[in-house]
Write a protein of this length. Structure first.
Length: 668
């Protein structure tokens, strides 16, 4: 019958290479056993190792000569010998390699348990001790250089490849243990350490750089060059929007042809993480930093042989780490990464995909999820995939904490719902156009004003109440396929000094990372004019305005402001606006169109003349809609159709609500 060691001569896998090494070690152990038992009076004692006889004590007191070398000189290694490859990659010495092989032998062959028990003179000690290992290597146990290879700071222990157990024992009696993960790796098993379960995540596919913009592409190539240039890079990639840092890291590592592990876990798992990367010669990409990332970054930065890329939205704090990583600001990617959307959909849609996804800045993994959700929505509706399915799915992936401070509106209107002068409509369409193409114009074409200014789109809607300002904001949001968040001023303005600015900062920060349109209704409350300082209240009010001026300049989202009186807005704010859209009070033709539009789905009696209503009642669009609602309730109460009298009564009630003189019956 052939033994495992004889089979190792023909086996071609990593296990065969280890078995071949153990065959040599077994012969060396036999030589050491022979040497030990040659003049040992207790060699034949069946209770040897359980007690010390007088003869054994005298034997131990005999003079000891220099040890014989029992391991052969290094020779050619098998190409599939993972132990040799690992030692070469990590710069381990021949002695380190021998110590590893000696320590892992009982994990591969149970016969070594008994052999080591004999050599330890203790049948219960079934692992190699420091003394046995050094004896097998033919090295004096008092050799300082050899003992140093087992020091906690030496490569074997520091890299997590070997553990010297039982620190309470004398150094020579301490057992050597190889982690199970290393044994599995040397046998050809690349399953990650179980301690990392739940903390390792798949890396997304690297983005197509031509879709990301020139600035982002240049940055990725510089980072890839730094990774390949060496030494091992530790970098903190601060991202302006979620996912930009991870996309940048994946693209740079792909160009550098360096595989990586994506880690999101506690600092306690770092030793296992670093060992895993060293076993497979990979880099580390860290996402989802804890509240206090200092200990995690400190330990990762200390691993000078492993490339580490850390991503996060927070500014780097020098208190986190003594040895600062390379801190880099990741440029924003262009919205609507067409390649990522096309790959995620696995089909060529029958609509303009680029125009549909242009407003969204989703990370690649969110794009994949949004594409899957869009297909599910289309299947549920029983219709082909449409832009509305894709936009709804994308909005679901762009949830944020804005709802704590703002009311979300899912737009259900379009351009046909607006009755405005042509000039106002042109400006509104230009606003949507700016929101779609800002990354190209301000980023690729470098038309940003600089000075830390963001790529936000800011617009002011000025006009009397009811002239369509809020409805226009909803239409713009619907055209872009985004949700509209109306800021609740009651949750923003605070009587305590400094709290209003904190609340606004939370809103702007969330809006920066969310694909949405932010609406400050009745913006006079927070964007009013600065005044001469006469007391402390004026001073703090001016500080609030100054903060808003600075924050708007660095804003990257879409923000719309509405006001009933344009003169109430500070001129410094208007200078920073992209567009100011005036909403004039509707003239008779527009009022007639508003009456017709409001009644388009209402059952009406025949013969109603809307012209006299439009001419006789000077009402804005919001009031006209309210008048129609009043008329509809009056008709519903009678279980009848809406009549002209109902509409007149609705219009009169709007006049009374405004405190205006109601025209007589003959005046309309």
């Amino acid at each position: 019958m052939t033994t495992a060691y004889e089979e190792a001569e023909t086996e071609t896998g990593p296990a065969g290479a280890l078995l071949a090494g153990l065959a040599v070690l077994r012969d060396r152990v036999a030589l050491l056993v022979e040497q030990r038992s040659a003049d040992d009076p207790t060699a034949a004692d069946p209770l040897r190792g359980l007690y010390l006889s007088e003869e054994a004590v005298r034997h131990l007191l005999r003079p000891v000569g220099p040890p014989r070398r029992v391991l052969p000189e290094p020779d050619g290694r098998r190409p599939d010998d993972r132990l040799a490859v690992l030692c070469a990659r990590l710069g381990l010495t021949e002695l380190d390699s021998a110590l590893l092989l000696i320590a892992l032998a009982p994990d591969l062959d149970r016969a070594f348990e008994s052999l080591y028990g004999y050599l330890n003179d203790d049948v219960s000690r079934r692992r190699a001790t420091v003394a046995v290992a050094l004896d097998l290597c033919g090295i004096p146990v008092h050799s300082a250089a050899a003992r140093a290879r087992l020091h906690p700071t030496a490569p074997l222990c520091a890299l997590g490849l070997l553990t010297v157990e039982e620190p309470e024992r004398p150094f020579l009696s301490r057992s050597l243990r190889v982690p199970d993960r290393l044994v599995a790796h040397l046998l050809g098993d690349d399953t990650p350490d179980t301690a990392l379960a739940g903390h390792l995540h798949p890396l997304p596919e690297p983005p197509s750089l031509p879709d990301q913009g020139e600035e982002f592409t240049r940055f990725v190539h510089r980072l890839a060059g730094r990774i390949t240039a060496g030494p091992a890079l530790t970098a903190y990639l601060r991202e302006g929007r979620e996912g930009d840092g991870l996309a940048c890291a994946c693209a740079a590592l792909s160009i550098a042809e360096v595989p990586a592990l994506r880690f999101s876990g506690p600092q306690a798992c770092v030793p296992e993480l670093l060992r895993e990367t060293r076993l497979s010669s990979r880099a580390v990409v860290v996402t989802g930093l804890p509240e206090d990332p200092g200990p995690l970054i400190q330990e990762l930065a200390a691993a000078v042989d492993v490339p580490v890329l850390i991503t996060g939205p927070r500014p780097y704090d020098p208190q986190w780490c003594r040895f600062d990583p390379l801190v880099l600001e990741v440029p924003r990617r262009r919205a609507g990464a067409l390649h990522a959307w096309s790959a995620a959909l696995d089909e060529e849609p029958a609509f303009d995909l680029l125009a549909t996804v242009a407003p969204y800045h989703l990370p690649d993994d969110h794009i994949t999820r949004a594409a899957r959700a869009a297909r599910d929505l289309a299947a549920f509706d029983g219709t082909p995939l449409s832009p509305s399915h894709l936009r709804l799915a994308a909005r679901q992936q762009s949830a944020s904490g804005l709802e704590q401070h703002a009311r979300r509106i899912r737009p259900a209107v379009d351009w046909t719902d607006l009755v405005l002068p042509e000039r106002a409509l042109i400006q509104l369409r230009e606003l949507a156009l700016r929101a779609r193409h800002r990354d190209r114009v301000l980023g690729d074409w470098r038309l940003s004003a600089g000075g830390g200014r963001g790529r936000g789109v800011l617009g002011l809607f000025a006009g009397e109440s009811g002239t369509g300002k809020t409805l226009s904001a909803e239409v713009v949001a619907a055209d872009l396929g985004l949700d509209l968040y109306v800021v609740q001023l009651s949750s923003v303005v605070d009587k305590y000094i400094g709290e209003t600015e904190k609340n606004l900062e939370r809103i702007f920060t969330e809006a920066d990372r969310t694909d949405a349109v932010l609406l400050f209704d009745e913006a006079d409350a927070v964007f009013g004019k600065r005044s001469e300082v006469k007391d402390s209240h004026d001073r703090y009010a001016n500080l609030e305005s100054a903060y808003l001026l600075q924050r708007l300049e660095s804003f990257d989202g879409i923000a719309l402001l509405t006001t009933n009186l344009r003169a109430n807005i500070d001129e410094a704010f208007t200078r920073r606006l992209d567009l100011v859209v005036d909403f004039p009070f509707p003239e008779v033709p527009q009022r007639l169109a508003l009456w017709q539009h409001s009644l388009s789905h209402v059952p009406c009696a025949d013969g109603i003349e809307l012209g006299p209503l439009a001419a006789g009642f000077e009402l804005p669009g919001g009031s006209i809609r309210s008048a129609v609602v009043t008329a509809a309730y009056l008709a519903a109460g009678r279980s009848d159709l809406v009549t002209a009298a109902d509409l007149v009564e609705g219009a009169r009630r709007e006049y009374r609500k405004a405190g205006r003189l109601v025209p007589g019956e003959g005046s309309w």
